[in-house]
Design a protein around this ligand. Sequence first.
Ligand SMILES: NC(=O)C1=CN([C@@H]2O[C@H](COP(=O)(O)OP(=O)(O)OC[C@H]3O[C@@H](n4cnc5c(N)ncnc54)[C@H](OP(=O)(O)O)[C@@H]3O)[C@@H](O)[C@H]2O)C=CC1
Ligand SMILES: O=C1O[C@H](COP(=O)(O)O)[C@@H](O)[C@H](O)[C@H]1O
Length: 502
Amino acid sequence: MQTNKRPPASVLFIFGGSGDLNYRKLTPALYNLFLDSWMPEQFAIAGIGRSAYTDDAYHGHLLEGVTKFSRRKGKQNGHWAEFSQHVSYLQMDGDDAAAYHKITDLVKQKEEEWGIHPNVIFYLAVAPQLVPSIATKLGALKICSEKSTTRIVVEKPFGHNLESAHDLNVLLSSMFAEEQIFRIDHYLGKETVQNILALRFANALFEPLWNRNYIDHIQITAAESVGLEGRGGYFEHAGALRDMVQNHILQILCMIAMEPPVSFDANEIRNKKVDVLNAIRRITKEQVHDFAVRGQYSGGWKKGEKVVGYRQEEGVDPHSHIDTFAAVKFYIDNWRWQGVPIYVRTGKYLNQKATNITLQFKSAPHYAFPTESAESWHSNRLTISIQPGMDISIRFQAKRPGQTMELDPVDMTFDYDEVAGEHAPEAYETLLLDVMEGNATLFMRNDQVDAAWKVITPILETWEGRSPQDFPNYAPDSWGPDGADALLARDGHTWINLPPAL
Ligand SMILES: NC(=O)C1=CN([C@@H]2O[C@H](COP(=O)(O)OP(=O)(O)OC[C@H]3O[C@@H](n4cnc5c(N)ncnc54)[C@H](OP(=O)(O)O)[C@@H]3O)[C@@H](O)[C@H]2O)C=CC1
Ligand SMILES: O=C1O[C@H](COP(=O)(O)O)[C@@H](O)[C@H](O)[C@H]1O
């Protein structure tokens, strides 16, 4: 067993304990922390939801999620019985103020049992529209005034739009101190996302090239091969732009585009990131059509299996206009990035699960070799694969072995997986540990959230006010609607679809 410096005794309440996020990510992460001896010596976890579960049925449900989704894929389920003794289920409606005594009762019980006052963490893994109601009721509890030990974690999207995010910040600040509020974006906890900072700022090699003089354009893809996974109720109020671009993709963009930080102090990094968001050129409503493309999947075949279209999914309006795909072209109006287009895209039921970033370098100024194809001119690129492959790859031209001077593009790859393997913690492991330790470095500050909403507001408002005429407009297993290809083609570019990770 490792001997880790474990966080203090903690009671963790998960609102949305019966939901998908807890099933797929939170409980597998907590169980991995337990297996790796990172959980506190004394801890209790209570899942909260309106659905009915006995503790036993709840444990069985969560174990299924751990087996399917944990990085260990159920290899060490032998310790589950020990872990699950710490886990219970509280059936309650978050809107029902009278039910909140169940929370204070559990904290009191643990205080008496452990003989100390523990950390109390409220994790709001629920849709954004529920957050104000739950937060208000929590704020009324006496334990929430314990600034150093009580924390509230709010999932993305933070608010539903700029206005509601702002209101939510005001509401939370009226009840909690800033150091108690953890606005989570799990992409910031991914090892490969954190490694972007190491790549850029620990190596003198790349930074001189990292600007408009050498970079032609940037692509960020966060493609998902899964569909809705039963989350129609949530997704109908979200859509891909709100679900993925406003948060995860813009955060990745910030890490790629930010200026070098002076230190790794949490606020220094956040300041540099917010500078990027503030410098992103505002797309006017009239320009949305030229800068953004939305899509919605139809029914069809997904890896040999017949699947229904978005509008036929459970909990979805049969005439829904919600986007399950979004692609946007951004410009950053600052010295470093002037004129460099940054194309981002995300979608459900795409051809593969792949999150990656490509920096396409400009062509060599003069090409003295026999030219075989346009590709030879544009061969220099750096690709950072975030998941499922975890690698950094540089493409350059090399001489093809033989008597003639012919060239081929080749890739030089650093495989992060080889170094980390299954030991690389999942994002939620890192972030949940940080919450228990009270470390907010990898969490969002309120001005970052506002700035990100400002970037996408014109697109959201235009899409909400104008019905798409062509939905559904892409088939499962494709790379999205034709419009997404046209977005790049207009600039003489094409999306780089990497081969699937092995
Ligand atoms: N799923 C994922 O992979 C990820 C999700 N997220 C974020 O997590 C949040 C939740 O998403 P997800 O888990 O997918 O959504 P789900 O729809 O799967 O879960 C919603 C949860 O909210 C609970 N809930 C709804 N109404 C109430 C209520 N009145 N009182 C108490 N509980 C209630 C539901 O429980 P019940 O019906 O039993 O009441 C359920 O547990 C979203 O903000 C999403 O953006 C973030 C990253 C990844
Ligand atoms: O936040 C979300 O992220 C997941 C994708 O997360 P990943 O770590 O598997 O890439 C996405 O499926 C979900 O819709 C969204 O809410």
